[in-house]
Write a protein that binds this ligand. Sequence first.
Ligand code: NDP
Length: 341
Amino acid sequence: MTSGDVGQAPDRIPFEDLAEAIVDRLREAGASEDVSRILALNCASCERDGTLSHGVFRVRGYLDSLTRGWADGRAVPEVESVGPSYIRVDGMGGFAQPALAAAGPLIAEALTETGVAVVALRDTHHFSALWPELEGFARDGYAAIAMIASGKLAVVPVGADRAVFSTNPFGFATPVDGADPLVFDFSTSSMSHGDLQLAAAEGDQVPPHTGVDAEGAETQDPRAILDGGGLRPFGGHKGALLSLMIETLAAGLTGGSFTYEVDAEAPEGAHTFRTGQLYIVIDPSRGGNEAYPSRIRAFADMLRDAGMSRLPADRRYANRAAAAALGIPVTDVIRELLGRE
Ligand code: NDP
């Protein structure tokens, strides 16, 4: 679900056509032109790069939240500078990507003036991957991290008698001299919720220590994990503490909802979660550190030379190049979006 192989499907669609089709659906569901375009670019980019769990697969969820009035596709975010480097954004119940975009001018100003921008978003629905925005910052020459208290009670750390965290993703991006940025972005659970659902649908077992059933007993049955149980954090207590930090910063610091506060609010059938997220963007060259991009390049080259031939984002860039040459493979969800049989 999270990865796609662009080399196989015979039927393909250009990126622009796919994005335009998503824009049409979002507009029909009541989103403004600007919001539709920002979300469609994000969704189509995920599909193009093979992040299928957050590509066209997500459009139905966006539409459900819009048509139920749960997410406001016409929200006008309130952006406030609360310090030279510190920006707070109230998404007003809209989506996160347009809220971040609305903060763009203040982020640019903070980076120019101080070299750092801390962006705290609250009351926003985030339903996608973190890498599209992070990659953009890195292409502009900045290092950036991001995290979301993602809102679905799904993760049971060892010792807890119920789910207390969401799959809370964490992402990082950095420019690299003469190369595409290094970008990683992953959930802090043993497995993403999308992959868990896929395993359940296909009747597969999941690896040991992936999650627990409703009684708190370890299980490899994905349906038992989904049915009242929960995923474990990745990496034992270390993943649990990273997730604790994400809830603290992406909800507590931003003023957004903690995951434990969110679940009961959503109306039946709505798929997005109104939470908070934090971005920290840094100019790495500031203060006489102009060698940063070339030093990161040397570091990345050393890693590859040592055998780490697959660095994060390599797969996505390869999929992107294939999609640019051949188009994006038309999957069943794309066919449904396009109204094709
Ligand atoms: P994965 O386990 O698929 O890991 C993804 C990251 O690890 C990518 O950056 C990937 O690079 C990199 N990677 C994978 N394998 C390797 C390898 N062998 N060597 C080096 N790097 C590697 O991620 P998840 O399934 O946990 O998460 C998938 C997506 O789900 C993320 O984008 C996340 O943001 C999103 N998510 C969103 C939530 C939300 O509420 N909005 C909640 C939870 C998750 P590459 O891109 O090249 O494959």
